[in-house]
Design a protein around this ligand. Structure first.
Ligand SMILES: Cc1cc2nc3c(=O)[nH]c(=O)nc-3n(C[C@H](O)[C@H](O)[C@H](O)COP(=O)(O)OP(=O)(O)OC[C@H]3O[C@@H](n4cnc5c(N)ncnc54)[C@H](O)[C@@H]3O)c2cc1C
Length: 326
């Protein structure tokens, strides 16, 4: 019995979310037994041997020329084939954009149950139990599995990677043969967000702005604080709907789910749909002039005040601290 992890690569680089999944797989394998095996559909080896340092003992490179970019049907076939070969106890994906698309395809192909967007895993009496938020984060659900292997996708930034310096994974290359399913779903085009902009779901620090900013021109206040903190800018749906920010910036139920180390909410009321996307952040700071704003219910630190005064003062204080640490 092993734990199999889908290894996500983009442009020939393994993504950090897969190292988080390998970290959790390592902790699970210590209880459930068996090695941690990675499966990576790709056109060329993105350096899978190095995944030994992240906990993988073995890695399967499922190679096909079309796998340079995400290929929904081809990846599903390749991962399903690895599941059938390895017979793992559990299969882990990151609940990234790619993982959210791929995991249900693999589960459907193999007729297995899938627990998505998990925030905790536990092995109780040899059984795997997954914890996942439901009803936009209003409740948490514990899920068990009737049939093996258990299929799970993990919310990014929740699970810690492991470090095994000097370890190397044994890499095996498998050529993936095309079948009629390849024609069913093919990626036509990848449209990247603005160059150099960090992906919100991978950011350690996020400063998000809401309708309290009064207009798009005032987002520079948020951007300046984000610059000082080395953070990425996010937004509430109200400001995205108003056309102040692009949809890629939206945090929440119909936007991105984020779990940074620090989430600063500026002029955001904290509607349940916004909380659904950020309440698993490790530390939440809320700045709002209304002491009754629901965001304060989830905040670790709350600043009741006018954001037009509070945020520039905070930015100056952060800049001073940064200058002291140069
Ligand atoms: C199906 C559905 C899906 C949704 N999905 C999402 C989603 O993914 N993400 C999301 O964010 N929302 C989502 N929403 C919308 C959500 O319900 C809220 O309408 C939205 O989050 C409100 O955005 P806001 O907090 O920026 O605006 P508001 O609710 O208008 O809040 C603005 C806040 O700014 C404060 N403020 C005003 N002036 C100042 C000042 N000078 N200084 C300090 N504070 C100030 C106010 O006190 C207020 O709390 C969804 C709604 C539905 C129905």
């Amino acid at each position: 019995m092993s734990v199999l992890v889908f290894i996500e690569q983009r442009d020939g680089r393994v993504r950090a979310v897969s190292k988080e999944a390998l970290g959790e797989a390592t902790r699970l394998a210590a209880v459930l037994g068996g090695p941690v095996v990675g499966v990576c559909p790709a056109a060329a080896d993105p350096g899978l041997a190095a995944l030994g340092e992240s906990g993988a003992e073995q890695a399967i490179l499922a190679r096909h020329a079309a796998f340079a970019a995400y290929h929904p049907a081809g990846y599903a076939r390749a991962v399903a084939a690895a599941v059938e070969r390895v017979h793992p106890k559990a299969v882990l994906f990151a609940a990234s954009a790619m993982g959210k698309d791929l995991a249900p395809r693999v589960a459907a192909r193999l007729d297995l149950g899938l627990a998505t967007d998990c925030t905790a895993l536990a092995a109780e009496g040899g059984r795997l139990i997954a914890t996942r938020p439901v009803y936009a984060g209003k409740a948490v659900q514990k899920v068990g599995f009737v049939r093996a292997p258990a299929m799970l996708s993990l919310r990014p930034k929740i699970f810690a990677p492991v470090a095994k310096p000097g370890k190397s994974a044994a890499v095996e290359t498998v050529a993936v043969a095309e079948d009629p399913s390849f024609a069913r779903a093919r990626l036509r085009e990848v449209i990247s967000s603005a160059a150099g902009k960090a992906d919100l779901t991978e950011s350690e620090i996020i400063v998000s702005g809401g309708r309290g900013l009064k207009g798009p021109e005032n987002f520079k206040i948020v951007e300046e604080l984000a610059d000082a903190l080395g953070a990425t800018v996010g937004a509430s749906r109200a400001v995205v709907d108003a056309g102040w920010r692009p949809h890629a910036d939206q945090v929440g139920q119909t936007g991105k789910t984020v779990s940074p180390k620090l989430y600063v909410a500026v002029g955001i009321s904290g509607a349940i749909q916004h909380l659904a996307g950020m309440s698993s952040s490790r530390c939440i700071v809320a700045i709002n002039k209304d002491p009754e704003a629901p965001i304060f219910k989830v905040a670790d630190y709350g600043l009741v005040g006018d954001l037009f005064e509070v945020v520039p003062a905070l930015t100056e204080a952060v800049k001073k601290l940064n200058a002291q640490h140069v």
